[in-house]
Write a new protein. Structure first.
Length: 244
């Protein structure tokens, strides 16, 4: 029982690495937004591919965590408690972004996507090795659907805000953060598949030690995510005010 209750430091450490990378990315965004550093984080591949990598790392870690939860038979009550925290924070992100970016507020960002994908992950946890091809199909569906929709009359329908959270779009919506179900569910499924494989074949790879600071960040990633941007924006705003 002690072994089952212990946290997996290396999963937390990997999530902590994503947190550090995300912080650097968001600080760069805040500097650019304040006009202190001339960078285009919306279009420059140097920045857009970093965003893809950061989101992928977070979702892969979420998949690893779901594999551990399934392996240890975590009950629905505990799942719903954690899910409510994620969903509640997603609503706060929407509210805060609507104040700061009224024309491009976040209605389906990373936390919204994670909340939806956690439900799907919970229901598909018994798929086992089928998660590998399921993940590949989820990722491929984004590009297959985009092509199919582009040459059909469905393009306008799937580009609407009411359904574009699926990800089968031909035109990216105007929003500060957008993490739709497809293709990102595929990354989470791959994380689950990798987690099941590691737990079965190399559990020590997950249970080994990780740098304490990174594992600590990984354990508190959700409150950190909610607090880091207000702090960074406050620091940048204070610097701009002092400079002026």
């Amino acid at each position: 029982m002690t072994a089952l209750k212990a946290r997996f430091d290396r999963i937390d450490g990997l999530r902590g690495l994503a947190v550090v990378w995300m912080t650097a990315f968001h600080f760069s965004f805040d500097l650019a937004h304040a006009g202190l550093w001339r960078q285009n984080l919306y279009a420059d591949p140097f920045w857009t591919w970093q965003r893809v990598a950061i989101v992928s790392l977070f979702l892969f870690c979420a998949g690893l965590g779901q594999a551990v939860a399934a392996q240890h038979a975590v009950g629905w009550r505990r799942f719903w408690r954690r899910w409510a925290q994620v969903a509640g924070c997603a609503l706060l992100v929407s509210a805060g972004s609507a104040i700061m970016f009224p024309n491009s507020w976040i209605y389906f960002g990373v936390l919204h996507g994670i909340a939806a994908m956690l439900l799907i992950a919970r229901l598909t946890a018994r798929c086992g090795r089928w998660l590998w091809p399921m993940g590949a199909l989820a990722i491929a569906s984004k590009f297959i659907a985009a092509y199919a929709i582009d040459i059909s009359t469905s393009a306008t329908f799937f580009n609407q805000n009411s359904v574009n959270w699926l990800g089968w779009i031909t035109q990216k919506p105007i929003t500060e953060d957008y993490v739709p179900i497809f293709p990102w569910l595929g990354v989470l499924w791959w994380g689950m598949a990798a987690g099941f494989w590691l737990l079965q074949n190399h559990p020590r790879w997950l249970q080994g030690r990780a740098p304490h600071f990174l594992s600590w960040l990984g354990r508190w990633s959700l409150p950190y995510y909610m607090l880091h941007q207000p702090v960074l924006i406050g620091l940048v705003s204070a610097f701009t005010w002092i400079k002026a």
